[in-house]
Design a protein around this ligand. Structure first.
Ligand SMILES: [Fe+2]
Length: 183
């Protein structure tokens, strides 16, 4: 995610993701704007998948995770507005590709799940940069705590998807197959 964030060097700036932002606020807006659009779109995609999913156990989790994604989108889009900014980030390419897979009528539920799990890789590796970012925040404690709970939700969702993939017999992935991407 860091590679997509704008940079602005300033002696009084805020350093995160190996970059220096004009302020903590600017860094926050840049990050949560990308999160809110990805989460909102994932919520819609997972909810639609749940409607057609033929595996009850999978469907039960998809519905829960879809709601999580949707409310993450709502929380962070509202937070951007609270901070006096606008939601304007485009959906990232990784999310577009993931959602195309989820919506592909030619794939089975297990094929979709396996693809999703393989693409996401290790949940901790994927989402830990968000927690590290949250730990850096010293001014905006409201966003800090929202990001920490977002991290916990994403770890829970990611681990559940992995466990369900194993339970249903999806192809196992190796750590070397993981593909890092924006949260
Ligand atoms: Fe998510």
């Amino acid at each position: 995610m860091a590679s997509h964030m704008s940079t602005e060097s300033d002696a009084g700036g805020f350093a995160a993701f190996g970059m220096n932002f004009a302020s903590e606020r600017e860094a926050i807006i840049g990050l949560i704007d990308k999160i809110q659009v990805a989460e909102a779109c994932a919520g819609v995609a997972l909810s639609s998948w749940a409607e057609t999913c033929q595996i009850p156990a999978l469907r039960g989790g998809l519905r829960m995770i879809a709601e999580r994604e949707a409310f993450h989108g709502r929380i962070f889009s509202q937070r951007i507005r609270d901070l006096g900014a606008e939601c304007q980030a485009p959906l990232d390419r990784f999310s577009i590709e993931s959602e195309a897979c989820i919506a592909d009528p030619n794939l089975t539920d297990l094929e979709k799940l396996t693809s999703l799990v393989e693409r996401n890789g290790d949940p901790e590796t994927l989402i830990s940069p968000v927690l590290a970012f949250a730990e850096l925040l010293t001014e905006d404690l409201e966003t800090k705590e929202a990001l920490k709970l977002y991290y916990a939700d994403e770890i829970s969702s990611g681990n559940w998807l992995r466990d369900m993939c194993r339970t249903l017999g999806g192809k196992q992935q190796s750590a070397s197959d993981t593909i890092p991407h924006a949260a």
